[in-house]
Design a binder for this molecule. Structure first.
Ligand SMILES: [Mg+2]
Length: 334
């Protein structure tokens, strides 16, 4: 990935950056409360941290390719990160990701796991509800969202929020605030009731979650066998020296996701190499391969099988779900 780089159309990129910057400046000036203004300003600063560097590199390179430096184990939980420029920071907002394009005659195959962290938690906890809830092809966020806000356009998004609240022990306040952002009005008693309902539905998962409290070395298992441990960083401790349980849980899920991603990278040459496909971008649970359009469909199938197999290694029998498609650019708006 480091040498190959990823192709960026400098003109499309430049106009997408301009549009985002103008929108961001307006949002900063027009924000009604200070928190909104600060968030908008923060997005602008992040955009500035990579926007010009990407465009300049693409404009100088004969094949318009931008090369980041990739760090295996770039975060404490082992996530692979990109710097100079930080390609993983390219926002989903605006048309920036549509300016990231394959070489002429080539396509992208873009793969993404669905609800991987929840599936990992069900697998690790051995909750008997896991296999039924995570049956192949089921979108867990939609399922939960439709159950609590039937027919609402933001139902899936609320379901995702609720699932993450269960996974990371977020309270009613976090759920109320998140629902409000999605235009859903939740009373405190409703929010508490929703959390309680899921706690009753997944008792083993919830007990397992609390059982991780105090762990200083997080075990990472593959097919049920512990492969390595990840030491908890000092930033995960509060002022009294107590390790934060949500950080421990996030570390466990991320480290297992990384294990699956490593399997994908280790086997990508063997499974997709002969089709001419090579990985060019990684963003947490998303992989982007580039290769000839003539073998794109075959590569899509191979990538899908590889991603499902890789996640199954860390979910212990819980079915994995991956979305893999062929695209003429990284991603459209939003
Ligand atoms: Mg995903």
């Amino acid at each position: 990935m480091q040498q190959r780089g990823v192709r960026v159309d400098p003109e499309r990129w430049g106009s997408a950056v301009e549009a985002l910057r103008e929108g961001g400046i307006a949002a900063t000036l027009e924000a009604e409360d200070p928190a909104q203004a600060e968030a908008a300003l923060h997005r602008l600063i992040t955009l500035d941290s990579y926007a010009e560097a990407v465009q300049a590199q693409a404009a100088l390179d004969p094949h318009q390719r931008v090369r980041a430096t990739w760090y295996p184990g770039g975060t404490w939980s082992g996530r692979i990160t990109a710097r100079q420029p930080p390609l993983q920071s390219i926002t989903k907002q605006g048309a920036l990701r549509a300016a990231v394009v394959p070489a002429p005659g080539c396509s992208f195959v873009v793969g993404d796991w669905s609800q991987s962290q929840l599936r990992i938690a069900f697998g690790l906890s051995g909750d008997p509800a896991g296999p039924r809830v995570c049956a192949a092809g089921q979108d867990l966020h939609s399922q939960i969202g439709e159950a609590v806000a039937p027919g609402h356009p933001e139902a899936r998004s609320l379901g995702k929020l609720l699932n993450f609240a269960i996974l990371y022990l977020a309270g009613a306040d976090t759920l109320i605030a998140g629902a409000a952002e999605r235009g859903i009005d939740l009373s405190r008693s409703t929010a508490r009731g929703l959390i309680r309902r899921l706690e009753l539905a997944y008792p083993v998962l919830c007990a397992w979650r609390r059982g991780q409290a105090g762990l200083l070395d997080l075990p990472v298992a593959w097919a049920g066998e512990i492969r390595r441990t990840v030491p908890l960083p000092s930033s995960a401790f509060d002022a009294t020296g107590t390790p934060s349980l949500p950080k421990i849980l996030a570390g466990i899920m991320q480290a297992h996701e990384v294990e699956a991603l490593r399997f994908v990278l280790d086997h990508t040459e063997q499974r997709l190499g002969s089709l001419g496909y090579r990985p060019v971008l990684l963003v947490h649970d998303e992989v982007v391969w580039e290769g000839p359009t003539s073998s794109a469909e075959e590569a899509r199938g191979a990538a899908h099988a590889l991603m499902v197999e890789a996640l199954a290694g860390v979910t212990r029998g819980i079915p994995a779900l991956a979305t893999v498609d062929v695209r003429p650019f990284w991603a459209a708006n939003g």
